[in-house]
Ligand binder design. Structure first.
Ligand SMILES: Nc1ncnc2c1ncn2[C@@H]1O[C@H](COP(=O)(O)OP(=O)(O)OP(=O)(O)O)[C@@H](O)[C@H]1O
Length: 288
């Protein structure tokens, strides 16, 4: 059986061939205690519906700036729904509504009338479960957002391509083939290309919806290492089914069950000393 302490050991259970020594990070110790983070996103009394069906119930959550927060919980508990509420991706689904409460980013209600959802999504980028590079060159994939914004300065575009690919830990692997198709990359490289595309427009927040679920253990380890590096510059919220991944990558973890937030605390507490018996049962593999 998976135990909480197993999850917090240095050797990743699902990455046996990625040597722990090659990984530049460990499970967070007390980083959040040492250096208190500011709140970037505040979710208050938030109720969300798909048509008549309520999917989220009275969610209250403060997400830290420049930290990694993991959303965990059994299938259908509302993790992805809440993630998509943070950049209003759910607006694209007919019949969705926020019936009560709201989400503020730096104090601004993102569902306010004067907030443009396209602008919001530039600030709050998203990386999906399945990598989705466009059928274009690696270079064009990275600068896609800037092209849409009308940027034509070649020197600027070149600079963004290099910076974003370096930021996504992909530059060395692709610098000699920037004008080849992004579809020719491996699955793990494609996912990092999508991360490069996301960071090219300089978002503040990166939402990741099970970004490693289609990747092999080596590619997963690279993306996890990347997540650790990216939080120096970005606030990251990751939905994951892998408790090992949550334990390895995140500073704080929120556990959801049936549309409700059950417990939110620093990741070490959630895995080693959860306050709620449902959290304990879930992280120790007894349900879900
Ligand atoms: N487009 C949709 N239309 C109607 N109901 C939806 C839609 N998307 C999700 N739901 C419902 O909302 C609830 C929460 O789903 P959600 O996908 O957010 O859960 P999840 O925790 O991310 O699940 P999983 O881990 O399986 O991805 C579920 O009951 C689901 O059936």
């Amino acid at each position: 059986m998976v135990t909480a302490s197993t999850l917090l050991t240095a050797a990743p259970m699902e990455t046996p061939s990625a040597t722990p020594a090659s990984r530049s990070f460990q499970v967070p110790t007390r980083a959040t205690d040492k250096e208190k983070a500011d709140t970037l996103i505040e979710i208050d009394n938030f109720d969300f519906y798909y048509g008549a069906k309520q999917a989220l119930f009275d969610i209250n959550l403060k997400l830290d700036d420049k930290r990694v927060t993991a959303f965990i919980g059994p299938s259908g508990c509302g993790k992805s729904t809440l993630l998509r509420c943070l950049n209003r991706m759910n607006d694209l689904i007919d019949g969705t509504s926020v019936k009560r409460g709201g989400v503020k980013i730096r104090g601004v209600d993102i569902n306010g009338r004067d907030v443009d959802s396209i602008e919001l999504r530039k600030r709050v980028g998203m990386v999906f479960q399945k990598s989705n590079p466009f059928p274009k060159s690696i270079y064009e994939n990275v600068i896609y957002g800037l092209r849409i914004q009308g940027e034509t300065n070649k020197a600027k575009l070149d600079e963004v391509v290099e910076k974003s690919l370096r930021g996504a830990a992909l530059w060395d692997e692709v610098k000699d083939r920037l004008h080849e198709s992004g579809l020719g990359l491996s699955g793990g490289q494609q996912q990092r290309l999508c991360i490069a595309r996301t960071i090219a427009v300089s978002p503040e927040v990166i939402l990741m919806d099970e970004p490693c679920s289609a990747l092999d253990p080596i590619a997963t380890a690279k993306v996890e290492e990347l997540i650790h590096d990216l939080k120096k510059e970005f606030t990251i919220i990751i939905v994951t089914h892998s408790m090992q991944q949550a334990a390895r990558c995140s500073d704080k973890t929120a556990f959801f069950y049936m549309g409700k937030l059950i417990e939110y605390a620093d990741t070490r507490t959630i895995f080693m000393n959860p306050g709620n018996p449902q959290t304990e049962a879930y992280v120790s593999g007894r349900f879900g």
